[in-house]
Write a protein that binds this ligand. Structure first.
Ligand code: SF4
Length: 401
């Protein structure tokens, strides 16, 4: 297939849905309880809600929305640190657009900017470095956020800053790693997961080998998936085939983008610039060992956490906020007590309502196809080709997950 329309073909979606139906009908788990498949990546969550893919699946298959939206898992204390940096008199704070409205305990970056802090939206860390180059009398701080997908661009920017001798540039590093997080989810007693759709963007960098333990030790199938509707349906079908054949393997549906060994040059840059933190705090999930990175000693002068004093406080989420339970898949977004009332995309109480990849924002925007009333399958299939891609994260100032 060459063109994006072909990945939204209603006829092929119908055919895949029929095959998934047939496999679910003879799956022994589906006879006892809904089969639970977690899509790890926020980009998948967005596609699932945007195209109503849950309506194409039999009721015996339930999609659990995972923690793969980096904005959604950013704890309140780190947002407060961003605000403190942005309010520093000589700092020009730069960030991807989707982090602007994440609530901190006092305010968001957007509110800080409205009150006079200098906060600029950028499309990449190289844009932030260009600002530092053009304004040598200002201290430019880049808010580095995201999984392994965005780590290489931050690493390469730090290497460029070093090569050019730019010393008024630093990085507030909030990069996180996917593998320890999946492990923490698998070890959680609250969840019974039967398989995974693996993250496409992250896998493009790390390849498929790091997921092997999921199949080997936890006996769960994982299929790395692309982001178009047919990608996701095909990946679900591939998981169902593995379960049907009694296999637990790592497979790659997204071969057109994800090489088996990942991206060696990107991994080299990441290894050179970053080192693992002993632990990192996640919103709703608590502290997870080795789930974040910071800059290596050799690049300490580019590390905003070492250059500036930050509040660095652990702040509890508001009591009414149930982001953690949604992130762990324990409840659906609509089951949060404040969904659509105190918490909306215009007035987000929790971070899952901010990014387009957050499960709550996606449900609010496109409706919850799993909730009543359930729309019919014909309507969902016909809608595949007609929904435009204007709001896909790749076209906005949001970073890829
Ligand atoms: S509705 Fe708001 S507070 Fe509740 S889980 Fe979603 S984002 Fe969090």
């Amino acid at each position: 297939m060459k063109f994006v329309d072909e990945f939204r073909d209603p006829g092929k979606a119908r055919a895949l849905a029929r095959r998934i139906d047939a496999l679910a009908a003879r799956n022994p788990i589906c006879r006892r309880r809904p089969l639970q498949l977690m899509e790890v990546c926020g980009g998948h969550t967005h596609t699932i809600f945007k195209y109503g893919l849950e309506q194409l699946l039999p009721e015996a298959i339930e999609l659990v929305h995972g923690p793969g939206c980096p904005v959604c898992v950013l704890p309140m204390g780190r947002v407060d640190d961003c605000v403190a940096l942005a309010e520093h008199p000589n700092i020009l704070f730069t960030t991807y657009g989707d982090a602007m409205r994440v609530p901190g305990s006092r305010k968001s970056l957007m509110q800080a900017r409205a009150e006079g802090a200098e906060v600029r939206l950028v499309y990449s860390p190289m844009d932030a470095l260009a600002l530092a180059r053009d304004q040598p009398d200002r201290e430019v701080v880049f808010f580095a956020l995201g999984f392994e997908t965005t780590m290489p661009s931050t690493a390469l920017t730090v290497l460029r800053a070093e090569a050019e001798g730019i010393d008024n540039f630093s990085v507030f590093c909030n990069h996180i790693t996917i593998i320890p997080t999946i492990k923490a989810i698998l070890d959680s007693p609250e969840l019974t997961l039967d398989g995974f759709l693996g993250p496409g963007h992250v896998s493009m960098v790390i390849g498929d080998a790091p997921y092997a333990f999921i199949a080997r030790h936890y006996r769960k199938p994982l299929v790395i998936s692309g982001f178009e509707p047919l990608d996701i349906l095909q990946a679900i079908w591939m998981v169902m085939v593995q379960l049907d054949e009694g296999r637990c393997e790592v497979e790659n549906q997204y071969r057109r983008v994800v090489p088996e060994a990942g991206n060696a040059a990107a991994l080299r840059a990441v290894q050179r610039v970053f080192r693992l933190r002993e632990f990192f705090e996640w919103r709703g999930l608590g502290s997870i060992d080795h789930s974040g990175v910071r800059l290596n000693e050799a690049y300490a002068r580019f590390d905003a956490e070492r250059r500036y004093s930050l509040p660095n406080l652990r702040i509890a989420d508001p009591k009414a906020c149930q982001c953690g339970e949604v992130l762990k898949g324990a409840i659906k977004p609509r089951q949060c007590k404040v969904f659509g009332t105190a918490c909306t995309p215009e007035t987000p109480l929790g971070s899952l309502m901010v990014s387009s990849e957050g499960a709550c924002a996606a449900v609010y925007r496109y409706g919850d196809p799993a909730g009543p009333p359930r729309r019919d399958r014909t309507e969902a299939v016909d809608g595949l080709a007609s929904r435009d891609a204007a709001d896909h994260p790749a076209t906005s100032q949001e970073k890829p997950t």
